[in-house]
Design a binder for this molecule. Structure first.
Ligand code: X8Z
Ligand code: ZN
Length: 624
């Protein structure tokens, strides 16, 4: 599925630009470029098939530019009008794709060249939300998709009114996230967590309908259900892909379990065993993040050796008065040091880097190429924090990737698989080491002793290792919802079953089927497939290791920074330029020399911390 940026229907976070896979809608009426067979259906030739995909590439590009333009406007200015406008243009894309996919069936069995065959396949998986061919149902689906993302973007928690007291101030997600990140007051955390989880209740009927209509659209183009379609975009049979994801999860789970055990013990000290019991999942609101997917904010609480290595980048950013533009320039400078060309002037004119005060926007970060023509943009609401600095590198990774494959036909304007798109910028951010931060003046010194190393590793593990089960479970829930294994009357209960099972995290208060907690996570209402991030958390360490080797690095993996290495930049560029033109194992080999996804680089990176955690946890009752 296409990575695309944002769009509601689209897949991804990288939105725009990448049109395709996964998302987009399509144009309306008769697919202009699709040649409909005349009455006597002569067997088409390979040349006919090639002409067909050429036509699809040009028509899709036209339609995607229109829809991603409307999506950009909507995401940066949510109103009923921009929502309706975006839905209409996405509906056009949906219509076009349905027609083009149906028309492509006539080339089944034709002996076409490799590129044509690949593009015919990519066309079928080009959207993460195929619509039914019935126009009324298609329109309904496009409207629901736009509406769901809007509900999330506008979400606010206005507190529980207390009779006789002034109404509490309404808070948006950013403000509530700030509470989750900073507060150690149990009731304050609980209020912010439960408050945010009220915004998604109204999504439930809309989401249920999206599932029905998305499944219908998927069946029409030959998939069992929408999850089957999502899993078909990895150059292997869907069942093999699932097995591969499970293999990776099994490889990394023991490391997660050690981290979970250590963090739970520290939380018990702070909140007491009545709140954080032995041998039980951790309450989800205590992990420093609204979704318990990134525990970096717990670092001050779990810092292994007080003060060893000064890693307070937040304080340095604030002290040095970094504004959003300067933070993005710092990210750009990293990519420039690898020999990649600077961002275009239009990036600075067109991006949304600061949260506008006068209107509703979707703050969830995304990177776009709105016109599939290196019209690169980032949409964020940047705050001066280390977390946002890392996200900036993540988003710029999308933008540099988009630019590298811009010369390709639009069906190839995507990453090798969606995990590649998500891994790129993260791999670069792994080079934001204490040594690099010192070089740019964001930490005063680098502690190279064992204590400094363990502290730095803990910080990285809180960000990366904590994420792994979350990345694994979101689509498990959706795959099961799409297949019907999870029925609507168990949406919420099944969600918490998975969160307990994979993350060892539980809801802090009883939940019911009036709640719709999956909708409180952006990618569910925005319909962005999520396994990509799980893959990316594995791939990024493989990429990092390969780039470090290209840069001639000889030391431990966690100390390597490729900053300034033109050789690493060349290796990266060569992989990115392939876009989606080759099956992903070939792109993996171009960068890393191996065709497989493999968690060994991640485990190598965290080896010092893992040994340390094991010793710390000795004698503890780990697990849940
Ligand atoms: O959605 C994102 C990016 C945009 S593609 C900001 N991420 C996932 C999330 O926030 O849940 C990056 C990490 C995982
Ligand atoms: Zn991303």
């Amino acid at each position: 599925m296409r990575p695309t940026p944002f769009v509601p229907l689209l897949s991804a976070c990288l939105l725009a630009g990448a049109p395709a896979r996964a998302a987009t809608p399509a144009a309306a009426p008769e697919p202009r470029a699709v040649v409909v067979a005349p009455s006597a259906p002569a067997k088409p030739s390979a040349a006919d098939a090639k002409a067909f995909v050429d036509g699809v590439n040009s028509e899709l590009k036209r339609l995607w530019i229109r829809s991603s333009t409307a999506d950009w406007i909507k995401a940066t200015y949510i109103t009923d009008d921009t929502e309706r406008n975006a839905a209409a243009l996405n509906e056009d894309v949906m219509a076009y794709l349905s027609g083009a996919i149906a028309a492509s069936v006539r080339f089944d069995g034709v002996d076409v060249d490799a590129d044509t065959a690949r593009m015919l396949h990519l066309l079928k998986v080009a959207t993460s939300l195929p619509a039914p061919s019935d126009p009324a149902r298609r329109r309904e689906l496009a409207e629901i998709a736009a509406k769901l993302e809007g509900i999330y973007g506008k979400g606010k928690w206005c507190g529980t009114p207390v009779p006789g007291k002034p109404a509490p101030r309404c808070r948006d997600l950013q403000e509530l996230e700030e509470v989750l990140a900073k507060s150690h007051s149990y009731p304050e955390l609980l209020d912010a967590w439960t408050g945010w989880h009220t915004i998604s209740r109204e999504m439930r009927p809309l989401y249920t309908r999206l599932v029905t209509l998305g499944n219908e659209g998927s069946k029409e183009i030959g998939f069992r259900d929408l999850g089957d379609l999502w899993r078909a975009d990895y150059d292997m049979p869907p069942a093999e892909f699932e097995a591969d994801v499970d293999r990776l999860w099994t490889e990394v789970k023991p490391l997660y379990d050690e981290l979970h055990c250590f963090v739970r013990a520290r939380l018990q000290k702070l909140y007491g065993k009545d709140k954080v019991p032995d041998g039980k999942p951790i309450p989800a609101h205590l992990l420093g993040n609204m979704w318990a997917q990134d525990w970096s904010n717990l670092y001050p609480l779990v810092e292994p050796y007080k003060g060893a290595g000064s890693l307070d980048v937040d304080a340095a950013l604030k002290r040095q008065k970094y504004d959003p533009v300067r933070m993005v320039k710092l990210g750009e400078a990293f990519f420039s040091s690898l020999g990649l060309a600077p961002l275009p002037a239009t990036f600075w004119q067109r991006s949304q880097l600061v949260k506008p005060k006068d209107r509703e926007v979707v703050c969830h970060a995304s990177a776009w190429d709105v016109t599939y023509d290196a019209d690169l943009r980032v949409k964020m609401c940047i705050r001066p924090t280390e977390e946002d600095l890392v996200t900036i590198h993540h988003e710029l990774g999308h933008n540099y990737y988009q630019r590298a494959y811009v010369h390709l036909p639009v069906l190839y304007q995507d990453s090798a698989n969606d995990g590649f798109h998500e891994a790129l910028g993260d791999a670069i951010a792994l080079s934001v080491t204490p040594g690099y931060l010192k070089q740019v003046g964001l930490v005063p010194s680098v502690a190279k002793d064992d204590h400094g190393v363990i502290n730095f590793q803990m910080k990285k593990a809180l960000e990366k290792v904590s994420f792994l089960p979350f990345g694994r479970l979101i689509d498990q829930w959706r795959w099961d919802v799409f297949s019907g294994k999870i029925a609507p009357d168990r949406y919420n209960a099944a969600w918490w079953d998975l969160r307990r099972k994979f993350q060892g995290v539980d809801a802090p208060v009883a939940r019911t089927e009036d709640d719709f907690d999956p909708g409180a996570k952006y990618h569910v209402p925005a319909n962005v497939p999520y396994t990509r991030y799980f893959l990316a958390h594995v791939y990024q360490f493989q990429f990092h290791k390969a780039l470090c080797e290209a840069a001639g690095w000889k030391g431990p993996l966690h100390e390597c920074s490729i900053y300034g290495s033109k050789d690493a930049g060349k290796r990266l560029q060569a992989m990115m330029e392939l876009g989606a033109s080759k099956p992903w194992p070939e792109a993996m080999a171009a960068l890393t020399g191996t065709k497989k996804a493999d968690a060994s680089a991640l485990l190598e990176y965290f080896a010092p911390l893992r040994a340390w955690l094991r010793a710390q946890n000795a004698g503890q009752q780990c697990g849940w």
